[in-house]
Design a protein around this ligand. Structure first.
Ligand code: NAD
Length: 484
């Protein structure tokens, strides 16, 4: 690695933030490793139950003044935080690559996207309008939207910056405070993100950041009477658990969960264009994205042409240290992902799948897995129905669009879906019939601030981004006033 990493590593000490104080939690220490060579970057301390109680108390106290602050003042702080994210972008990107492994170019892209998300939510704060309902002379119904209260948020390691930003900017813009448990695998990225808000003037207690045992923290926070809403990004099984806890305590939740995205390639598509875009998207973040294209359904007449070109391009994806500019794909984030993908690929092979390229864990010391393409994956192979969350593409043929749509909709997931076609008729059918929260036709959309992000079916509920961005953090109230 380059010399500047040493500086970053020697300074590595992620802290929790409770009531405006950066502090080592009082609990056990946990090490964070760099997936490129499994070296230890440093350690951080878990919070204790007392720390959690202080964090919730701080979020409750701060809510009173934060919600009453003039919207314009809140917005100015958020805009300043977005500016700080951009100014500190290079350091934050390097921290992300060290902790998570993604190529530095992707980390920079994530910084830019994160800053845009903050700017968008800041603007939405100024548009959280209510309405007046026409009734009769002397009677007025006014609908007002007000912040719901302190929010408990939980974010994963795959997009360690943008997921933190989504879970902080929306609530803050709405006038809520937050207790955030960010991923224990990427804690320094979360700290750097939150520092942009505190340095922008966001007062103590408005954002609290904690690390520890995820299940212990989520059980404590979700059950706490002062917490009024829950937001989680992660796997379907954990999302089901978080959603059940929230329901038990009658708290609304935003759940942004996994996917197993179908890609329908019609015979009339521009195959070269589709292959270039899809290889880039499939191996982006080493496939560790909930919207990663995974099930490639290719119309029979173009199957061989698509397969040949896709495999050719996938074989050229270079693996390496994310800090090297030539690296196209970094390591997977941790050994759990390697174990999970090895198991899924071996299971598929044992059931008759063919490996067209990749298929093995590799690299010297790090947690690398080769860009992989499988075909003839039988329906009973686990990877056919379980999210691989890694660099694996599954290719299969279809004869008719009906069949492709039925197969696309056959899983309980419904997050992203993709299609390539020049036919407006086919596009209209896909728009109508593919069951997913986000459908992209002829390109790969990457979750921009302006548009709502979220799933249907087991991929969760609630939306982040777009004009829906603050909905989960606002309550709608009616004030009915008869002139006395
Ligand atoms: P996991 O299911 O154990 O954890 C996923 C995330 O949830 C992690 O950030 C973890 O810290 C958190 N978590 C786990 N248990 C929790 C609990 N009881 N309370 C609160 N938070 C909890 O799996 P993992 O090995 O970390 O990730 C692998 C799987 O997670 C993948 O297969 C993928 O499906 C899913 N995932 C999805 C996304 C996404 O963007 N939707 C992000 C990361 C992981």
């Amino acid at each position: 690695m380059n010399a500047p990493d040493k500086t970053t590593v020697s300074a590595y000490r992620p802290l929790s933030l409770i009531d405006g104080e950066w502090t080592s939690g009082g609990g056990p220490e946990e090490a964070v490793t760099n997936p490129v060579d499994r070296s230890v970057l440093g350690t951080f301390a878990h919070v204790t139950e007392d720390d959690l109680a202080r964090a919730v108390a701080a979020a409750s106290r701060a809510f009173v003044s934060w919600r009453s602050m003039p919207v314009r003042t809140r917005v100015q702080m958020l805009e300043r935080a977005a500016q700080l994210l951009r100014e500190r972008g290079e350091d934050i990107a390097r921290t992300m690559t060290l902790e998570q492994g993604k190529p530095i170019g992707e980390a920079r892209f994530e910084v830019e996207r994160a800053a845009n998300l903050v700017s968008w939510d800041a603007a939405e704060a100024q548009r959280a309008y209510g309405r007046v309902i026409p009734m009769e002379p002397g009677l007025q119904h006014t609908v007002v939207r007000q912040p719901i209260g302190p929010v408990a948020s939980f974010t994963p390691w795959n997009f360690p910056l943008s997921s933190v930003i989504r879970k902080v900017a929306g609530p803050l813009a709405a006038g809520c405070t937050v207790v955030l448990k960010a991923s224990e695998e990427t804690p320094a990225t979360a700290c750097a993100a939150i520092r942009c808000f505190t340095d922008a003037g966001v007062p103590p207690g408005v954002i609290n950041l904690v690390f520890g045992v995820p299940a212990t923290i989520s059980s404590y926070l979700i059950a706490h009477p002062a917490i009024r809403a829950v937001a989680f990004t992660g796997s379907v099984p954990v999302g089901r658990h978080i959603g059940a806890l929230a329901a038990q305590h009658l708290k609304p939740a935003i759940l942004e969960l996994g996917g197993h995205a179908p890609v329908i390639i019609c015979a009339d598509a521009d195959i070269e264009d589709a292959c270039l875009k899809l290889v880039a998207a499939k191996y982006f973040n080493a496939g560790q994205a909930c919207i990663s294209p995974t099930r490639f359904l290719i119309e029979a007449p173009v199957y061989e042409a698509f397969k040949t070109r896709f495999v050719e391009l996938a074989s050229k994806v270079t693996l390496g240290n994310g800090l090297e500019p030539t690296t196209m794909m970094g390591p997977l984030a941790n050994q759990r992902r390697i174990d999970a993908i090895v198991e899924l690929v071996e299971d598929a092979k044992a059931r008759g799948a063919d490996v067209l390229c990749g298929g093995r864990a590799g690299g010297a010391q790090g947690t690398f897995f080769e860009p992989t393409v499988l075909e003839n994956v039988p329906e009973d192979a686990r990877i056919a129905t379980s999210e691989p969350f890694g660099p694996v593409a599954l290719l299969s043929r279809f004869e008719r669009l009906d069949e492709a749509i039925t197969r696309a909709n056959s899983l309980p997931y419904g997050l992203a879906g993709y299609a390539f076609t020049r036919s407006s008729r086919a596009a209209a059918r896909l728009t109508e019939e593919v069951e997913c929260g986000m459908l992209s036709i002829n390109h790969l959309w990457t979750g921009t601030a302006e548009a709502p992000f979220g799933g249907v079916k087991d991929s969760g509920y609630g939306r982040e981004g777009g004009e829906e961005s603050l909905d989960g953090y606002l309550v709608t109230r009616l004030v009915s006033h008869r002139a006395a």
